[in-house]
Write a protein of this length. Structure first.
Length: 282
């Protein structure tokens, strides 16, 4: 029996693998290049500088209209090593934020596919009042409206669909409440995307208000804080980012497995088998 829920999961893993591969390139080669520069230069010097420009939209075309604001970003040999660490952290943070976006798309798609094949559930879930066969775009639209803050609505829907999903909320491999962890990750993702890694008072208030959910403990377990350019930022190493993504991957599989069990579908997924070339590269 084919599992029609497997396709969104495989698409999710495909995108995640791409993101992690890009992060690996930055983490592996940027520090090496910085070490090369330090090794081959005996005196401190400016390595690179950057300006930004704008045009006055109210003046006539073809005029001399390129203005440079009075700001300059410069990198010196003496600071390149620390700057590289911060850039790798920035890429790690962006990778986690993008992985979260990929997860959101997966979550919507797998629920959409489930409800498309089980339209009677739309009434049970109170998404519809009468039995109708709806196109995919309409089902997804209803799920988006029901998603709520930090996708809590989608989690609630999945709980109603699957007893297996509810059972392992806390009784799982990580021995944490996976929903509390995901809510924390949602808040972190907001800081990474909308506050450019800078820890805000709103985020600190969230950690304080959710002490009972062990939010501070979970945050300190996977994230670091670092002062960068006089601002306290969320700091991530590639290894920490990889660990967070593994948790997110595990949550995606948990959703797939839970809904598949409810639908009476097989839960097996294709597993990577190294080829001779892969083994040689390792």
């Amino acid at each position: 029996m084919n599992n029609y829920l497997l396709s969104p999961l495989e698409e999710y893993f495909k995108e995640i693998c791409f993101l992690k591969g890009k992060l690996h390139i930055v983490a592996a080669y940027l520090p090496d290049y910085c070490n090369y520069l330090i090794k081959n230069n005996s005196e401190d010097r400016e390595l690179n500088s950057s300006l930004t420009t704008f045009r006055d939209l109210t003046v006539k075309p073809k005029s001399d209209n390129l203005v440079i604001p009075n700001f300059c970003y410069s990198i010196y040999l003496s600071s390149i090593s620390e700057e590289a660490k911060n850039l790798v952290s920035r890429e790690s943070c962006l990778t986690v934020a993008q992985a979260y976006e990929v997860f959101e798309s997966f979550f919507l798609q797998i629920l959409t596919d489930y409800l498309r094949y089980n339209p009677s559930k739309l009434i049970e879930l109170k998404l519809l009042k009468v039995n109708l066969i709806l196109p995919e775009v309409e089902i997804k639209g209803m799920l988006i409206k029901s998603s709520g803050k930090n996708n809590k609505g989608l989690i609630s829907i999945t709980k109603k669909i699957s007893d297996h999903f509810k059972t392992h909320e806390s009784k799982n491999y990580f021995s944490v409440n996976i929903f509390h962890w995901f809510d924390l990750l949602s808040m972190v993702r907001h800081v990474l995307v909308h506050n450019r890694q800078v820890i805000s008072n709103t985020f600190l208030d969230y950690l304080e208000k959710n002490k009972c959910n062990k939010s501070i403990e979970l945050f300190d377990r996977q994230f670091e804080r670092k002062k960068i350019d006089d601002r306290v930022c969320i700091y991530l190493t590639p290894d920490k980012a990889s660990d967070i993504i593994t948790w997110l991957n595990s949550f995606a599989h948990y959703i797939f497995k839970s809904i598949s069990i409810d639908a009476g579908l097989p839960i097996d997924i294709p597993i990577f088998t190294p080829t001779g070339a892969d083994i040689h590269q390792k």
